[in-house]
Design a protein around this ligand. Structure first.
Ligand code: FES
Ligand SMILES: [Fe+2]
Length: 394
């Protein structure tokens, strides 16, 4: 383990869950290392540590602004195990609120909807879209209503979480302690200076339920090794001899390649980023801003794959596609837009089949994390190490 500021109590806790050897192998060089041991994929206690130390303390993608276009639109989601709701306030701004009533703690919003205010289903406390308490019916006796002109203060108003937006993407940091959003995105932005992200518009999303641990999604996402066997169509589009393993730049993994020809779903029939240099017209880049903001940048799109753990063996995935300008919504581009969606849907389903096999395999006492390819899988190995580091960091 590198000398960095860690909490000895957390190290002990991690060693109990992963075993001494499981802990050490995470920090070994790739030639001798294994992946994380099975407990990291099946243990509820381990997932709790990840939720609290990884997801709550990091920036998490909470959705596209276009999912809540009108004032009063709201989308509930769970971040780091905590129920939250993103909402467009009366003044058009986007907020993240803890999705829990200040009275007896009922969850307020259960599905995406549009409302003028929040009314708790249990005893009907009413809150404004900014989270401030407005009314408490019958609290002080039948048929009496306590009204609040300017909210009920820190003990009664809904609790707000840190929330920022970037070119139509909404990010939430539950702990409030993460670095500034742009610093966190910086390694990606530095490598894509030619791409004018102000031109991207949300074209839609696809939801997936996966019977596998959330980490497997990204371990798979980072390595091209499986493309040989799993993605015949992708293999034709981007032959493996133009590929490399990618690497981490601080907390952001990145990789890229130049593909020989554009095709339907990737670059063909849709407008490219404005003023994109010739060299980038056949380039694919992909990133993972730790822990779960996976972004694929092609000349005609910005596509996200974000995973939300539900249980050790259950993950919710959202695949969001952003296209350039009117390509995202105009009828003229309906066909090529649908081709992009279908391409991602097909590709992701090929991966999901494998992820579910990996999850099952990790029930085996004969498997300890495996032997990884130094040529292809160093970034994957480092992802596991990063998780452990985040949990034990002081
Ligand atoms: S729990 Fe919400 S009003 Fe009672
Ligand atoms: Fe894949």
């Amino acid at each position: 383990m590198d000398a960095f500021n860690h909490d000895p109590k957390m190290v002990e806790k991690v060693k109990v869950l992963l075993g001494e050897e499981g802990f050490e192998q995470t920090f070994a060089p790739i030639e001798e290392a294994s992946g994380l041991p099975n407990a990291a994929y099946w243990s509820e206690d381990w997932l709790k540590l990840e939720q609290e130390h990884v997801f709550q303390k990091s920036w998490v993608f909470a959705g596209a602004e276009a999912e809540i276009p009108e004032n009063g639109d709201m989308k509930p989601l769970s971040i780091g195990g905590a129920p939250l709701v993103i909402v467009r306030d009366q003044d058009g701004s986007v907020r993240a609120l803890h999705n829990v009533c200040r009275h007896r703690g009922a969850k307020l919003v259960t599905k995406p909807c549009r409302k003028a205010s929040f009314t708790c289903p249990y005893h009907a406390w009413n809150y404004g879209l900014n989270g401030k308490l407005r009314a408490r019916p019958h609290f002080s006796g039948a048929d009496q209503i306590d009204r609040f002109e300017d909210g009920g203060g820190p003990k009664l108003d809904l609790v707000e979480a840190r929330c920022e937006t970037w070119n139509g993407c909404i990010f939430v940091n539950v702990s409030g302690t993460a670095e500034p959003l742009l610093d966190w995105l910086r390694p990606m932005l530095n490598r894509t200076k030619n791409y004018d992200y102000s031109s991207i518009r949300w074209a839609g999303k696809i939801d997936f339920e996966v019977d596998a641990n959330w980490k497997l999604v990204y371990e798979n996402y980072m390595e091209g090794y499986h493309v040989f066997a799993v993605h015949p169509k992708l293999l034709k589009f981007a032959p493996m001899n133009v590929r490399w393993s990618g690497e981490w730049d601080d907390h952001v993994f990145y990789n890229d390649y130049i593909f020989p020809e554009i095709e339907e779903g990737r670059g063909d029939g849709l407008p490219h980023y404005p003023d994109l240099p010739e060299d980038d017209a056949k380039r694919g880049l992909w990133f993972l801003a730790f822990p779960h903001f996976a972004a694929e940048v092609f000349p005609d799109q910005f596509t996200l794959l974000v995973s939300y753990p539900i249980a050790p063996n259950k993950t919710r995935e959202e695949l969001h596609v952003f296209l350039i300008g009117e390509a995202a919504t105009s009828d003229i581009y309906k066909e090529p837009r649908e081709a992009v969606m279908k391409m991602w849907d097909d590709l992701n389903r090929e991966d999901i089949g494998m992820l579910e096999l990996l999850q099952e395999g990790r029930l085996s006492p004969a498997y300890d994390g495996g032997r990884l390819s130094p040529h292809w899988e160093d970034p994957t190995h480092q992802f596991g190490r990063r998780i452990v580091e985040k949990i034990i960091e002081a």
